[in-house]
Design a protein around this ligand. Structure first.
Ligand code: SAM
Length: 681
């Protein structure tokens, strides 16, 4: 026993606390900019330019790259290299780093750049500012294309083919940093001069830098560079454990600061003291490890792709073939329903996941606007969530008033016979085609067989298949409601299996439909004369056969879609249908992450049954080598890509692209912890 953590620090929220505050509360404000005679942006509020008036690109290369010993450090080693920046601004530092990474990094390196920005530039401002750097234009275009809408919180932009991830956080650093954890390899402290922006360079900022820098890995010693030589910054960084030096500044600036983390300033606690036991991940897997994934639906296929792109060898197994379960529906709506009220963590997760999923679908399936042949796989035709009764109308009004979302994300609209919330970038996707395209990767091998058991531990596992045994380094279970068949009794996964029936209607005599409409049911624009309508929602119902009564339920929901659909409710021709079973969790968030052994956890964490705040400082008894990606309900198209990223990052030992709050809320072990605290096990 290593003792107890009696009071978890305020920023370390527990997986059990679902109503927490996240850094996403403040609406986003774009900066007011002036452009000087040379075309450089100047922030009016701070009266400071975004970069040196002499040569911004050279300044970045000197101040941030050279003084963090980059790109030299990209040339050695393997695995993730993580940079954290204060103040994304125009993205110049990011782009210059990406360029250097492209030119110098070994093929086993992955750049993870995390940047926080309180006043994100609009896309137009960004485009104008980046036009100053023709030599970065290839990369700037890619950034501009993926630049997120002005919604608060975490955004993940990933270029797997370049081995680059940008986690862009639209928030004040003081709200964002408590949500981050290490490892970190280099700090870029930008963010206007301390004299112009004193609120940012606070004691709290340096405390967070100290906490995040305390990495468990002796091989990843963070460095820091900043353009300023101000005494308060030097003292702050020294206090955060950095050995600091004043070095010559760029151009006309006399001095700047650079340093390396040494942790020699006082009795430093180990990295374990920074985090709650369940926030410390198992040891990372090595580059090129072999991972078996059970289940080839959306969860399994997105995970396979994320792992293969990070250099893992993947064997994807499913006895029923690709996307045979709930992911096998011919059309699925790619959209989310954001909470009007308190469920901040749900909304943070689903908004981030949805924006990533849109990018992933476009990357993997191609652009239907540019290539007609792609139109049969997906369409970004917009999704309209109808205000179909009084309760939903009020909910939507509350949502708009409270969140004032950007129109790029969602807008309140009134059409002739309908009103509701329009997600203009959303649409429908053929999940089967998406799954098939995801696994087109040279490091993914599909095996049409069942994984029926496992033994051993991470890096040395034996997986029993229906057709023999194979060795692997880890296993990801992505078998939705069938999880218990493989995860076994020694786990605590209170999932629900929900039957859903779709009805296929002959579209020839139906009104035109150009958008996905959602009310009690959803329907998408027809393909090949067939309109997909559904799905029903039945708990504790294992019937795999189509039922006429369920078709009638679906048809009765047509009246929600406007008066032109009323007739169809009694006259539409049903030409088929499909039954599938969704897997949901008690809190309607997926489960993504490493799995713990139930009995060992209960024994070690028993003191928490008496006092939930008395957390034993024990390492988690992981079910070694076993990870989970399940519980996506009917939102798998939106939620699986982010969960796959998260698992891949956790497996390689990278910092994750979600906030700690969201990561905790997705932990497969959260119900075990919650029920242990409530004495319900
Ligand atoms: N690194 C940027 C680039 O490559 O273009 C330039 C950064 S600019 C000098 C400083 C940035 O810090 C501005 O974009 C500003 O909005 C941001 N900033 C200022 N205070 C902040 C705070 N408290 N939290 C987050 N960002 C902040």
């Amino acid at each position: 026993m290593l003792g107890f953590i009696t009071m978890p620090p305020a920023h370390h929220r527990q997986a059990t606390d679902l109503k927490n505050q996240t850094p996403t509360k403040q609406p986003i404000q774009a900066p007011e900019l002036s452009w000087n005679e040379a075309g450089l942006p100047i922030a009016d509020a701070f009266d400071d330019p975004y970069f040196s008036v002499e040569n911004g690109l050279e300044e970045t290369r000197y101040v941030f790259l050279k003084n963090n010993q980059l790109p030299e450090r990209f040339k050695v080693g393997s695995g993730p290299f993580r940079i954290i920046e204060t103040g994304f601004g125009t993205g110049l530092n990011f782009l210059a780093t990406w360029q250097a990474f492209n030119q110098e990094a070994t093929s086993e390196r992955w750049l993870h750049f995390t940047s926080v920005e309180k006043y994100p530039l609009t896309k137009e401002q960004l485009t104008k500012a980046l036009a100053l750097w023709p030599e970065l234009s290839d990369l700037s275009h890619q950034l501009i294309e993926r630049y997120p809408p002005a919604t608060p919180g975490f955004h993940v932009l990933s270029w797997p083919e370049e081995r680059v991830t940008l986690t862009l956080i639209f928030a004040d650093v003081h709200d964002a940093f408590p949500e981050l954890s290490g490892p970190v390899d280099a700090w870029y402290l930008d963010g206007f001069a301390p004299s112009k922006n004193p609120a940012m360079w606070s004691d709290e900022l340096f405390k967070e830098i100290r906490r995040i820098s305390r990495n468990p890995s002796p091989h990843r010693i963070p460095s820091v560079a900043t353009f300023t030589a101000a005494g308060l910054v030097r003292r702050g960084l020294k206090g955060a454990g950095f050995h600091m030096a004043k070095v010559p500044g760029f151009g006309r600036k006399r001095e700047m600061l650079a340093g390396t983390y040494q942790a020699t300033t006082g009795p430093e606690k180990s990295a374990q003291h920074n985090r709650l036991p369940w926030q410390l991940m198992p040891a990372p897997l090595h580059y090129g490890s072999h991972v078996v994934i059970a289940g080839a639906g959306l969860a399994g296929c997105t995970t396979a792709r994320a792992l293969a792109e990070r250099g893992f060898k993947v064997t994807l197994c499913d006895p029923e073939g690709i996307a045979s379960g709930a992911s096998g529906n011919p059309q699925g709506g790619l959209y989310i329903k954001l909470a009007a009220d308190d469920q901040a963590t749900h909304s943070d997760f689903y908004r981030q996941a949805y924006l990533l999923a849109l990018k992933e679908v476009r990357r993997i399936l191609g652009d239907p606007a540019k290539d007609d042949t792609k139109a049969k796989y997906w369409d970004e035709c917009g999704v309209l969530q109808l205000a179909y009764d009084e309760k939903e109308t009020k909910r939507q009004q509350r949502f708009i008033e409270r969140h004032q979302p950007t129109a790029e994300l969602v807008q309140s609209i009134r059409q002739e016979s309908r009103e509701g919330l329009l997600y203009p970038a959303a649409g429908w996707v053929s999940p089967v085609d998406f799954c098939r395209a995801l696994i087109q990767h040279p490091r993914i091998h599909f095996n049409k067989t069942a994984v029926i058991g496992f033994s051993g531990e991470q890096n040395n596992m034996t997986l029993e298949m229906a057709d023999g045994a194979i060795h692997a380094d880890a296993l990801v279970i992505a078998t939705a409601h069938q999880v218990k068949e493989l995860a076994g009794e020694n786990t605590h996964l209170p999932i629900k299996k929900i039957r859903g029936q779709l009805s296929y209607l002959d579209a020839t005599s139906l009104p035109d439909l150009t958008q996905v409409l959602c009310a009690r049911s959803y329907m998408a624009p027809p393909i090949n004369g067939c309109l997909v309508l559904g799905a029903t929602y039945n708990l504790k119902d294992d019937d795999p056969e189509l039922r006429d009564s369920d078709h009638q339920t679906n048809l009765s929901h047509l009246t929600d879609f406007g008066h032109e659909w009323e007739k169809a409710a009694s006259t539409a021709d049903i030409i088929g249908g499909r039954v599938a079973f969704r897997c949901t969790t008690p809190d309607y968030l997926p489960m993504a992450g490493p799995l713990v052994q139930k009995q060992a956890f209960i024994e070690l964490f028993q003191p928490m049954t008496k006092n939930a705040k008395r957390i034993p400082r024990e390492p988690m008894p992981w079910l070694s080598g076993v990870w989970l990606n399940i519980g996506h309900g009917s939102r798998g198209l939106a939620s699986t890509s982010l969960c796959a990223e998260l698992i891949a990052e956790q497996m390689i030992g990278d910092a994750v692209c979600s906030s700690q709050t969201v990561t905790d809320a997705l932990s497969p072990n959260r119900f075990l912890l919650r029920d242990l605290i409530r004495n319900k096990l």
